[in-house]
Ligand binder design. Sequence first.
Ligand code: GLV
Ligand code: MN
Ligand code: MN
Length: 406
Amino acid sequence: MYDAIAREVVSRCRLLAACSDEPGFTTRTFLSESMRQVHAEVSRWMTEAGMSVRVDAAGNIRGVHAAASDTARRLYIGSHLDTVPHAGAFDGVLGVVMAIALVGSLGGRRLPFGIEVVGFSEEEGVRFGLPFIGSRAMAGDVDAALLATTDASGTSIAEAIGHFGLDASRMADARAASNPLGYLEFHIEQGPVLEARQQPVAIVDRIVGRTYADVTFIGSAGHAGTTPMDARWDALTGAAEWVGCVEAHARRTGGLVATIGRIDAAPGAANVIAGQCRVTLDVRHGDDETRNAAIGRLRAAANEIAERRGLTVEWSSRFDHAAVAMDPALVALLARAVERAGVTPHVMSSGAGHDAMILAPHMPAAMLFIRTPGGLSHHPDEAVMEGDVAVALAAGANFLEELADG
Ligand code: GLV
Ligand code: MN
Ligand code: MN
């Protein structure tokens, strides 16, 4: 029954992938011009599905399908519309497009609760080095310090909001309604588990905790040809030694993943010893104590390396979030919905971060994962299978029915 809708969902995701900050790739950062194009399409689809549409002060696009009564509670269904650099077509976008399709499939029928579809403006943390701006605004967790954070060109989040034609001083408008019914997110798994199990979907019960930091080694720039090897304070080689140490520590610690995804050396010329080297650190584990202990050890290792090499090191925390459990009642409801769609429910935890982890402390939250061929994500070849999307849509429709039946 959902095959044709699933086909349309996949083709809409591919269409949005063409809205990019960078020709030839899908790269869409917080409130860039390409996000404006995405909003135009998403707004049209939301309107066609019978929703009233607005863009809140954090740049989240929101479509409301009214409830049967004005006093009814609200179910949020969403995911994010920004991407990593050179992304695929489905991370985040699939969840928004599926939510619109689900509302559209109601054919105007009112439920005992309202549904608000949210396309979050920012989840990946690419432009400002800090993730979840969209869902943090909905959770009421955006303060002046966050709005003052600047991107590489010195533009603050508040200014970026203004340039997009929005007003950062109205951030309170982005907050979720009081006493919400919950939050549901459809998302690709982004890993190999479902493919190995030959399962189309899984219910998420937990999202791992995560620490991001910028770590800067500071030495002294100098001439590459004239400075003897024993008279250098090379920030890049200090950082490189530490990067190796990060990988070795993660390999030794069960379940720990640690990534250095970016290195910036300054002044950045082949014939100049790097005076400064900034690297990003992303560390995740299902157990917060293990993650915190790892961060302690990695900080100590950075200090030891810097001291031995006559460098200094600065550690700037960008984001620190504990592991988060999904709501047990919604998890059970989603499991029943999956079973009614003809699939044996499989429950798993998420190694990727999701907007659901920001909203879960504020309202009951649940997530449904969709199989990701090859487990490939954050990559242009990221894919989904239409049949799996159809199963996920059927499960989503069952979820709405079960919720409506109380
Ligand atoms: C989000 O994509 C993450 O980094 O987990
Ligand atoms: Mn992502
Ligand atoms: Mn995502």
